[in-house]
Design a protein around this ligand. Structure first.
Ligand SMILES: Cc1cc2nc3c(=O)[nH]c(=O)nc-3n(C[C@H](O)[C@H](O)[C@H](O)COP(=O)(O)O)c2cc1C
Length: 173
């Protein structure tokens, strides 16, 4: 239990990665933590597209960069990307997907991997190219991109210390 609390407090976003792909077993442990996230009425509205194929990883990075209006890699060199989308038919879909992403990032930290939420999955999968990727995977429902959890071994300097917590975070009654 103490370890869980420590992990939750010490997880930080990682923004520089070693190029090697972590073992599939480790990635699967992270994914497994994601699929056990709570969801509104237990509807499990989210899905995860686990990308370890370099060509697809680079394609998503380029799509994300174009949306952001940059030419660099918005995935900071991370070799794996877990894209979370959620079914728009379920009223709690954005909350559900966000909780999956939270679990993924915390689990990544717990198994010694770096991670970071990368945004713009909505725009990415609303695009023609994004729709085609979903179609090819046989994903036919009305899914909205919630976010990417990039994943890999942290490179030096990739992780910054936590910002101080704001003073008015908590109100007690
Ligand atoms: C909804 C959301 C979107 C985010 N999008 C990005 C992003 O596109 N790129 C990025 O580098 N970090 C992104 N982040 C990471 C935040 O910048 C990061 O969590 C924040 O600075 C706090 O740092 P920490 O995660 O190390 O505690 C995002 C985080 C959240 C929750």
């Amino acid at each position: 239990m103490k370890e869980t609390l420590k992990d939750l407090k010490e997880r930080r976003s990682c923004r520089a990665y070693k190029p090697e792909l972590p073992p599939q077993k480790l990635i699967d442990e992270v994914i497994n933590a994601g699929i056990y996230a709570p969801s509104g009425m237990g509807k499990q509205s989210a899905i995860i597209i686990a990308v370890t194929d370099k060509e697809m990883r680079d394609r998503l990075s380029a799509m994300n960069a174009a949306i952001l209006g940059i030419t660099g890699d918005p995935f900071y060199g991370a070799p794996a990307v877990l894209v979370v989308l959620a079914d728009k038919k379920i009223p709690t879909f954005r909350c559900d997907g966000s909780l999956v992403l939270g679990n993924l990032m915390n689990a990544a930290h717990a198994v010694g991997l770096g991670s970071c939420w990368i945004h713009r999955a909505k725009e990415e999968f609303e695009s023609e190219e994004g729709r085609k990727i979903l179609e090819k995977l046989g994903i036919t429902g009305d899914y909205e991109g919630i976010g990417h959890c990039i994943l890999g071994y942290p490179a030096e300097g990739g992780i910054r210390e936590a910002a101080p917590r704001k003073s008015n975070y908590i109100y007690r009654i």
